[in-house]
Write a protein that binds this ligand. Structure first.
Ligand code: SF4
Length: 267
């Protein structure tokens, strides 16, 4: 079996440059010249009707659907001329278009206590709330969130910028994890956190990250530079700041993303 592939330096360079642009982007150019569209599947759950709708979009506009590590469905193989219509079809089917940009990404979660025999906390309502409140918020670099129902961390809690896992007495919270060429394990910043307080921690982490990050710096590097003790104390100091402003900015960013100019849009 030959699995080798020819490098495409121009496309790599163009993609790397595009990733430096601020805010949300849904567009992903493939090696074959077609485009990929990331479809949000909040909590990774869908019913049969939703799956049928998505299948119709894939059949009409793309080649195949691929599950991303963040639990989105990536429709690949969309010709440029069809991209805008494919995006509208995704929105019409009741899904949202996800980002490949510098913002808060879709929240990844495991089945949690609603289904898993090991679950200590319910993950679905938590992931839904965090996603509803913060997804789309512009950040210095991409910002990934993960919710696991117990310390087994099946949703890769400690490989995300902000990760939580359930305990008998609430949630443990971690910050500064990442995958990539140099993976970093997140560090614990709080424990025994009540469900109602998790969003406060996320808001505080996002504020400290925004304040402290060097340009285009992932949270893992910011936290390493600032130091865990200092970072955690700044987060605790920001805990009681209301986060309506962050929620509104995220909401606006999502609306802008859904309405944005797009390739293949008719004049
Ligand atoms: S992290 Fe725990 S609750 Fe979630 S799927 Fe894994 S074992 Fe189950």
């Amino acid at each position: 079996m030959d699995t080798s592939a020819q490098a495409n330096p121009q496309l790599r360079k163009a993609t790397a440059e595009r990733k430096q642009q601020p805010g949300h982007r849904c567009l992903g150019r493939q090696r074959d010249g077609n485009y990929a569209l990331s479809v949000g599947v909040p909590t990774g759950c869908f019913n049969a009707e939703q799956l049928r709708s998505l299948a119709n979009v894939i059949e009409r506009y793309g080649k195949v659907g691929h599950l991303s590590t963040a639990q989105s469905v990536i429709i690949v193989g969309i010709p440029a001329a069809d991209f805008y219509q494919a995006k509208l079809a995704v929105l019409d089917a009741g899904f949202e278009v996800r980002s490949v940009g510098r913002d808060v990404r879709q929240v990844k979660c495991c089945p949690g206590a609603d289904f898993s025999p090991f679950g200590l906390q319910s993950t679905f309502p938590m992931a839904e709330e965090l996603e509803r409140t913060f997804r789309g918020l512009p950040t210095p670099v991409k910002f990934k969130i993960s919710v696991s129902g117990c310390p087994n961390c099946c949703a890769n809690t400690m490989l995300n910028d902000f990760g939580i896992h359930g305990m008998v007495d609430g949630w443990k919270i971690f910050a500064g994890g990442k995958m990539g060429t140099k993976p970093v394990i997140a560090q614990q910043i709080a424990e025994s956190v009540a469900s109602d307080d998790v969003a406060k921690y996320l808001a505080a982490v996002l504020r400290v990250y925004e304040d402290e990050a060097e340009p285009k710096e992932r949270l893992a590097a910011t936290l390493a530079r600032v130091g865990l003790e200092q970072f955690t104390s700044k987060v605790e100091a920001a805990l009681n700041t209301p986060y309506d402003d962050l929620a509104q900015a995220a909401q606006q960013a999502r609306e802008d993303a859904n309405a944005c100019e797009c390739i293949g849009r008719p004049d």
